[in-house]
Design a protein around this ligand. Structure first.
Ligand code: CP
Ligand code: NVA
Length: 306
């Protein structure tokens, strides 16, 4: 059986994404009702983090434990990965000992190289280019609040970053319209935009992007690894704050999402972030737990490893 990895949303078919979201919703109910099966008994998840994390680490580690498995936190500071052991060698060794591995790193090529040398499923827990696990939680959150995303309009306001790229992939997989508003010089990857075709549009005007949107979403102006650009980005993104005024141009039943951590009164106003009639960021954060449990079940089953 082929080992199934999850490096971007394109590693799942549209049907498989729906299958994972349905399972995430079922696992969420099971979790709330205290009736979880130890389907991961004897399984160990490796968690390689080369960047900081709260949600990703807590959700993967807790999710594994809740389904009867174990998780191992591996930091480059304490492993030979941080001392230059080749990724290919690390992947071959670690994947002979563990059952599934998640990696948060910088270049997407690193995770591709790791996966190519791994005997077990590898999950992208954020690279500079993509953050597909967050998208599973975001899709689950939309589905729970509003139903299918097909035919809906999503507005992405801000940087053409890893989250924006994953939203572009989601638009392709789930057939919704994505309007991106970003300042000049901060556009998403041009090749990915071309692949997405007409369902993804780009503008410099947040009001144009938000018009009629059923979901408005954003992210920090400076991502991890770009801390020294924070000041200049604050200037370039000054007109890109999502707040009640901007969101008044969206559909009446609009939702607001943010992958978090948020910088209040920078990319989103504190008032909007806390307005739970629109903002579903806490459900979205919680759904990382359920969506990733479902993803791990799916990948292990599809790879013939459970
Ligand atoms: N949204 C997200 O991935 O959060 P963390 O960086 O805290 O994991
Ligand atoms: N774009 C952000 C997402 C954090 C979850 C970053 O890469 O830092």
């Amino acid at each position: 059986m082929t080992i199934r990895h999850f490096l971007t949303l394109h590693d799942l078919s549209t049907d498989e994404i729906h299958q994972v979201i349905d399972l995430a919703i079922a696992l969420k109910a099971a979790h709330r009702e205290g009736r979880q099966e130890p389907v991961f008994a004897g399984k160990v998840l490796g968690m390689i983090f080369e960047k900081s994390s709260t949600r990703t680490r807590v959700s993967f580690e807790a999710g594994m434990a809740q389904l009867g498995g174990d998780a191992l936190f591996l930091s480059p500071n304490d492993t030979q990965l941080g001392r230059g052991e080749p990724i290919e060698d690390s992947a071959r060794v670690i994947s002979r000992m563990l059952d599934i591995i998640m990696i948060r790193t910088f270049g997407h090529d690193k995770i591709e190289k790791f996966a190519a040398n791994s005997k077990v499923p590898v999950i992208n827990a954020l690279t500079d280019e993509y953050h597909p696990c967050q998208l599973l939680a975001d899709i689950q959150t939309f589905v729970e609040h509003r139903g299918s995303m097909q035919g809906k309009t999503v507005a992405w306001i801000g940087d053409g970053n890893n989250m924006c790229h994953s939203w572009i992939n989601a638009a392709m997989k789930l057939d919704f319209k994505l309007n991106i508003a970003c300042p000049e010089g901060y556009e998403p990857n041009a090749e990915l935009m071309a692949q997405a075709g007409q369902r993804v549009t780009i503008t410099n005007d947040p009001v144009v992007a938000v018009a009629g949107a059923h979901l408005v979403t954003t992210d920090v102006f400076a991502s991890m690894g770009q801390e020294d650009e924070q000041q200049v980005r604050l200037e370039h993104f000054a007109n890109y704050q999502v707040n009640h005024e901007l969101i008044s141009h969206a559909a009446d039943d609009v939702l607001f999402m943010h992958c978090l951590p948020a910088h209040r009164d920078e990319e989103v106003s504190a008032e909007l972030l806390e307005d739970e009639s629109i903002s579903v960021v806490w459900d979205e954060a919680e759904n990382r737990l359920h969506a990733q449990k479902a993803l791990m079940v799916f990948l292990l089953e599809a790879s013939g490893l459970v």
